[in-house]
Design a protein around this ligand. Structure first.
Ligand code: LLP
Length: 407
């Protein structure tokens, strides 16, 4: 979104008019940003000649976006059978999907296996069950390197108490189970957390996983997961993709030398690709003063549409696009859900907010729509995709009839 002549634009579209045309609240995506972020990843961390990218579809599974991303040559990291089906629906071939189910059932294991999709297994008990059911199969193993990092404590997926992955101490046990059931371990995987901007822990974890990988013969890939953060707060800087790329490349080349082969080095970015491509537009309908004289702004969306602030305390930038010249004042920006945690910002300095103004909640493309719910029986908002001059509705607003049809 760019400010030109005191109007905000996305591509050639004036943002303010979008709500008039498509209604509010409205998720707005910019295809150009998605393509730019993919190009940045490929250039920054894709230096190694066998580098490959699998998009973590949980970040946003709108089929129009997924098709665009697959069209850019990415595979898909899926964590539920439904995500696997969505990847196939959007044109991914089974060999370009990795299924990292968490606490998967026998039924899910069988269904994914029969679809011809590789399973990435994160517990010894599941590995045993997989071996018994599908002896002789190919499989990938998710390890926990005992290192974790993320934007929030709640997003750390590696470390001593994590439920994810097989302990790095269990390499021998994994080998025994694989041998017993004639399983061919073709991939080693880790994912230590989501939304990090600091490089130290990811690099340390890379060393651990490469050390584990050297203990397995015949690997087709080493998958170091996703987690690449984006700046949400104005004071945060962008991930140093170039330094990260050089560090990874150097380590991986030296691993290949020791290993005596060049497996694929795979990454699973989700947030990095879609987060900054999107903002959620919402219209102000209430402005009031609290007893303590805070100005409380009420909007027509809420934690049902974007739960990250209520759930993790996440920061999202908010712009009053209707009043770019307004005097700065401090506001609490709240949603329309009957829950105390239903807010988007506290004590936020913004251009004066007036009734009916349109606010844009930024960096909303990852874990926004995909974590949205129908809480308090409210339908999901319209989503549109802007690509240069072209604007298309990629999800229709849900009506009461849509909701009723589910019961
Ligand atoms: N690979 C695996 C196995 C994962 O579990 C995840 C994210 C990713 C890749 C992609 O991580 P990313 O590149 O998007 O950071 N709802 C939270 C984020 C949860 C992420 C869970 N796993 C949020 O809104 O911040």
């Amino acid at each position: 979104m760019q400010l030109t002549d005191n109007n905000y634009y996305i591509g050639k579209q004036k943002v303010e008019g979008l709500c008039e045309q498509f209604g509010s609240p409205l998720y707005v995506y910019d295809a150009t940003v998605i393509r730019e972020r993919i190009a940045e990843l490929k250039e920054g961390i894709g230096k190694y000649e066998n580098a490959d990218f699998f998009y973590a579809i949980k970040a946003n599974y709108n089929p129009s976006l997924v098709k665009e991303i697959i069209g850019q040559g990415l595979g898909i990291d899926a964590v539920s059978v439904e995500e696997v089906h969505m990847a196939l629906h959007c044109g991914a071939t089974p060999d370009r999907i990795l299924y990292t189910g968490n606490n998967m059932t026998d039924k899910e294991m069988t269904e994914v296996h029969e679809l011809g999709v590789l399973l990435n297994i994160g517990s010894l008990s599941r590995l045993e069950k997989y071996g018994r059911a599908f002896s002789g199969s190919r499989v990938s193993i998710r390890f926990n390197p005992n290192i974790g990092i993320a934007s929030h404590e709640t997003n750390i997926t590696g470390g001593a108490d994590s439920k994810f992955g097989i302990s790095f101490k269990n390499v021998e046990k994994v080998k025994e189970i694989a041998k017993e059931h004639n399983l061919q371990i073709v991939g080693i995987h880790q994912h230590i957390g989501s939304g990090w901007l600091r490089l130290r822990e990811p690099i340390l974890a890379l060393d651990v996983i490469l050390d584990i990988a050297t203990q397995f013969e015949g690997l087709e890939f080493v998958d170091v997961g996703g987690g690449f953060g984006v700046p949400y707060r104005p004071e945060e800087s962008r991930l140093d993709m170039n330094t990260l790329g050089m560090q990874i490349d150097r380590r991986f080349e030296s691993f290949c030398e020791t290993y005596g082969a060049h497996p694929v080095l795979r990454f699973e970015p989700g947030r990095y690709i879609v987060a900054e491509s999107c903002f959620l537009l919402t219209q102000v309908n209430t402005i009031k003063e609290s007893i303590s004289r805070k100005i409380i702004v009420g909007t027509d969306t809420g934690m049902n549409h974007l739960v990250r602030t209520a759930m993790y305390g996440s920061y999202h930038p908010i712009t009053n696009i209707s009043n770019p010249d307004g005097m700065f004042q401090e506001y609490d920006i709240t949603g329309n859900i009957c829950e105390c945690s239903d807010f988007f910002a506290r004590d936020r300095m913004m251009h004066e907010v007036r009734d009916n103004d349109i606010l844009s909640i930024g960096v909303a493309g990852a874990y926004g729509a995909s974590m949205a719910s129908n809480y308090q029986l409210r339908g999901l908002p319209t989503e549109i995709l802007v690509d240069g001059d072209d604007v298309q509705v990629i999800r229709k607003r849900e009506t009461f009839e849509d909701l009723l049809a589910r019961f």
